[in-house]
Ligand binder design. Structure first.
Ligand code: ACM
Length: 533
């Protein structure tokens, strides 16, 4: 090759790579010359257990291109070939290879999840318009020639959503799952019960929703203002709704992890069934934010009640991981309750913290017997961790470090780096009301989920991390999108991309075209400006 030809080739590559924007950034990618052109003559071939993904890709591409690409078993030329192969086991359950040549595309993986992630990258290599839900004319559907080999850094790549403080429609959960999957994340942590609302139908205890899903009004403005809107709020998902959400998520390789809060954050349930509380008083579903003193009692009948609830939950959610909350459980009612004190004595416990630990252990045993794993916020460390428990470290990293050192798996969710309900700019003017804090895009991007205090062996217990969307100040889907994006894009890269390849300026360059995709998907993201960097 002449010097001129080499220079031209490099320039072509440079141009191509600068226009490529995959979020999260793949582990390795080579950009080659040329492009594949999608046409009505292109076919999709799918084999090795990914036939359903072939049909999904056909449907996804049909809307914007207007092409009805046939899904065939055997690859010819001009084909997008999807396949799994046992010879690719080194890529792990979620890795993939994506090869785009001018005469065809191949996505190969060890497992179907990998093929799915290869498809996500392919869609990000196509013009952004391929995300439109209606036919787009005048676009050349080209894909630059690349060779990608990719796999995630962490197995737990989550986004949480609190539907207790504000009920959010089922249709939005489906959109949220699509957005999670687009960013190659794989967990939606669904926080279903709160002081201010119980959101899951439980057939054995219908008052949990007929009473517990509705509150008479909601705080208006920020907490300190102590104002109320005078407007009833509520809603819940039927079990059929939730089965639909789970199926939708499964098709996109997203695990829906349900959370049923106990023993704190329980006022809505106690309003429905006062015998679950400590005072016998009829309570109302919470209308104010914050931490309530009204917590579940620790009687055997209440433990059984909650295990009955979990039995129905397990029937809906196949997730191996089941979250039982465990955070922010004030002990004042247990201190003053003769029943709780008698229980402490009977069990030979030291104090109320050990009673909380006993309570969680009952759930741990129950879940373990059903082949599931208990997840709880870091307060489950109080009074001794249940043997199988996985800790979500939200009060900084100390809980995660302690749990990992004790040999427990942990998921990093520290407020300082993953609470996406915090303000994303320093100047709050024009931002709308948020709970407080300051967590700009740059800080999310810069977060390192493995605390440096952990040895290499202990670090293996860090399954990953997730972003939290608490909804006290997030009353509707558009507001949730504003708080979640683009910070969730940054988090996806924290969780997927090799640490050595993280590069904030490069992320910002790729984010710009990525935000065009989010616009097309009707996501109300926060525009990026210097205040978030
Ligand atoms: C939490 O933010 N209370 C887990």
């Amino acid at each position: 090759m002449s010097l001129l030809a080499v220079t031209l080739a490099l320039t072509a590559k440079g141009l191509a790579s600068s226009s490529i924007s995959i979020v999260p950034q793949p582990a390795s990618m080579t950009v080659n010359e040329g492009a594949f052109k999608l046409s009505p003559e292109t076919s999709i071939s799918a084999s090795g257990g990914v036939e359903k993904l072939g049909i999904q890709l056909q449907r996804d591409l049909a809307l914007a291109t207007g092409f009805n690409l046939p899904v065939v078993r055997r690859a010819k030329a001009n084909t997008i070939r999807l396949k799994t192969s046992t010879s690719l086991s080194k890529l792990g359950a979620e890795g993939y290879k994506l090869n785009v040549k001018s005469d065809g595309i191949e996505i190969a993986a060890y497992q179907p999840a990998g093929v799915f992630y290869g498809i996500q990258s392919l869609r990000q290599l196509l013009p952004a318009e391929n995300f439109r839900q209606a036919k787009v004319d005048g676009v050349e559907w080209t894909v630059p020639c690349v060779s990608i080999q990719d796999q995630p850094r962490f197995s737990w790549r989550g986004l949480h959503i609190d539907v207790g403080r504000h009920f959010l429609p089922k249709e939005f959960l489906l959109k949220y799952i699509d957005l999670i999957a687009l960013h190659k994340m794989n967990v939606m942590h669904l926080h279903l019960t709160e002081d201010q609302g119980w959101r899951i139908e439980i057939k054995k205890y219908p008052k949990l929703t007929s009473v517990g899903a509705w509150r008479k009004e909601t705080m208006a403005g920020h907490y300190e203002e102590n104002r109320y809107d005078g407007t009833p709020h509520g809603g819940f998902y039927t079990q059929e709704d939730l089965r639909e959400v789970v199926r939708y998520a499964q098709d996109r390789f997203v695990t829906v992890m349900p959370e049923i809060e106990m023993p704190g954050h329980a006022q809505a349930a106690i309003a429905a069934y006062p015998e679950l509380g400590n005072t016998g008083k009829q309570l109302e579903v919470g209308t104010k934010w914050g931490v309530y003193e009204n917590v579940f009692n620790a009687n055997d009948t209440t433990v059984h009640f909650l295990q009955d609830v979990l039995t129905e939950v397990l029937d809906i959610f196949p997730s191996s991981f089941i979250h039982i909350g465990g955070d922010e459980c004030p002990k004042s009612q247990w201190k003053h309750s003769p029943e709780a004190q008698a229980k402490i004595k009977q069990l030979g416990l030291k104090d109320e913290h050990e009673l909380q630990s006993w309570f969680i252990q009952q759930m741990d045993k129950f879940l373990a017997a059903k082949g599931r794993r208990l997840v709880g916020w870091d307060e489950i460390l109080e009074g001794g961790l249940a043997p199988g428990a996985i800790v979500m470290s939200w009060q900084g990293e100390a809980g995660g470090i302690a749990a990992a050192k004790a040999g427990h798996d942990v998921i990093m969710t520290p407020g300082h780096s993953t609470y996406l309900d915090h303000y994303q700019t320093k100047d709050r003017k024009g931002e709308g009301v948020a709970i407080g804090g300051f967590l700009p895009l740059k800080s999310v991007y810069g977060y390192e989920p493995v605390p440096k205090e952990l040895s290499a062996t202990e670090a293996k217990h860090v399954l990953g991390a997730q972003g939290q969307l608490w909804t006290e100040y997030i009353p509707n889907p558009k507001r949730l999108e504003y708080m979640a994006f683009p910070r969730a894009c940054a988090l996806s890269e924290v969780l997927w991309t090799p640490a050595k390849d993280k590069d904030f300026p490069n992320f910002l360059k790729r984010l710009d075209p990525h935000l065009k995709r989010l616009s097309i998907l009707d996501v109300n993201y926060r525009k990026v400006d210097d205040s978030q960097k």
